[in-house]
Design a protein around this ligand. Structure first.
Ligand code: GDP
Length: 207
């Protein structure tokens, strides 16, 4: 199995700059987070098998918003604004922190966070901040070490093992990690398995 056809129907729902603009909070939701350029849009597009889906949330004016996508009436994927743009002002950073922490704190339907980290630069300062928030709010987290094709298989596995060791100390139960490449379409089965579990979907049979 590689691509799960049930994700093909995912559609853009709405964008939010404020809690009052969030979509309805029922059913199951999984949010994608990661610093800018971590490969978040590419991962969402590959998983949903639609080239332009998450890049619509990169159009001017949308990059700092929370973007909601619907698989069906009861299941959503959420693209959280990227972080780590060097040129961003302190006021914008503060807005990002407030918007994300509001989202994490209030969202009843949130089942888990997929956190993207470039396999060559895992666990940046803001990644750690997000992991801390998830821990505080008891939100399960699944890390995709993206762009795994940029390293040799051995080096990528070493990075994964080192990350898992560090997570096991700091976040014993709520976090796991895997390798992922949108370019080579590797790691899809594992990622879908986690998404299906969180979204309350049956495993795809016959894969
Ligand atoms: P975002 O800012 O986190 O949404 O990141 P993007 O998905 O836009 O990707 C940032 C850059 O990394 C783009 O130039 C992508 O082409 C590249 N990229 C994304 N995923 C992969 C991958 O799996 N392998 C490689 N080699 N490059 C990737």
């Amino acid at each position: 199995m590689d691509l799960d056809p049930r994700y093909q129907k995912t559609q853009f729902l709405t964008s939010a700059a404020l809690v009052s603009q969030f979509s309805q909070d029922t059913g199951h939701e999984v949010a994608f987070a990661g610093r800018s350029n971590s490969g978040k849009s590419s991962a969402i597009n590959v998983l949903c098998q639609q080239k332009g889906l998450a890049h619509t949330s990169k159009s001017p004016g949308r990059t700092r918003l929370i973007n909601f996508f619907a698989l069906d009436t009861e299941r959503r994927l959420v693209d959280l604004p990227g972080y780590g743009y060097a040129e961003v002002s302190e006021a914008q950073r503060q807005h990002w922190r407030e918007l994300i922490s509001d989202y994490l704190r209030r969202r009843q339907s949130l089942r888990g966070i997929v956190l993207m980290m470039d396999v060559r630069h895992p666990l940046t300062e803001v990644d750690r901040l997000l992991l801390e928030w998830n821990k505080v709010h008891q939100i399960p987290t699944h890390i995709l070490l993206t762009k795994a094709d940029k390293l040799s298989r051995g080096a990528a596995l070493n990075t994964l093992a080192a990350l898992r060791r560090e997570l096991a100390v700091a976040y014993p139960t709520e976090v796991d990690a895997q390798l992922f490449s949108s370019l080579q379409r590797t790691g899809l089965d594992e990622a879908y398995a986690q998404l299906n579990l969180w979204l309350g979907m049956e495993p795809l049979l016959g894969g």
